[in-house]
Ligand binder design. Sequence first.
Ligand code: ADP
Ligand code: 5GP
Length: 210
Amino acid sequence: MSDYGKPLEKGQVLVVCAPSGTGKSTLVKMLRAEFPQVGFSISCTTRKPREGEVDGRDYYFLSKKEFIARRDRGEFAEWAQVHDNFYGTPRKPVEDMLMKGTDVLFDIDFQGAVQLQETMPEGLFVFLMPPSYEDLSNRLRSRGSDDEEVIERRLKNARLEMAAAAKFEYWIVNDDLDRAYGELRSVYLAGKTRRCSRPGLLENILSTWD
Ligand code: ADP
Ligand code: 5GP
């Protein structure tokens, strides 16, 4: 059998976005466990590391001054202020991975995802939704990491983000975790068959007629 498709795949961009507390980290973790070959865009942030987080693995932890200097040098593919801290996606590693044919997964906020849609329109942009206000509220509380004021702010933000869900092509409701994960992996796998992910494939096969 010929290896017609093998070297021709182009790395694809997969952006998963969700109101805080929906289950994005949980689902992204599942996807990374099943597809360890997928590259992950490690963001820069000005927030302090949480327990167990490693600089260069989870984030690049920067001072505000350093972050602003890098931003002003145009080093970020997108950046945003999220909950009083700055977050940004370093452009170069993403470009390098895509050039090599590696798919890249982004765990970024709503503002960042909308910015990437401008520069990477061929990306797969997935919006995860909680099944209801009540479920989201319970998940934020059960996580136990935020006080009541922060939870209220997140619930308000969630309402605004949900109202703009039409900016995203793929909608997944995270009600049952396994079902939601099944949909996320289907989006990822289907994306690999898109015409734009397979440059040269048709020409290669057609050349076998010559
Ligand atoms: P996010 O990254 O979107 O802020 P997390 O992945 O931290 O959200 O999930 C928030 C909480 O909801 C966690 O306690 C997680 O275990 C829980 N959770 C995630 N998905 C589901 C689900 N489908 N059903 C019930 N609880 C869930
Ligand atoms: P956390 O501080 O909990 O790790 O992340 C807070 C929020 O910032 C999450 O919604 C996460 O997806 C988002 N985030 C992480 N990295 C980036 C980034 O590089 N750019 C943007 N715009 N958001 C990010």
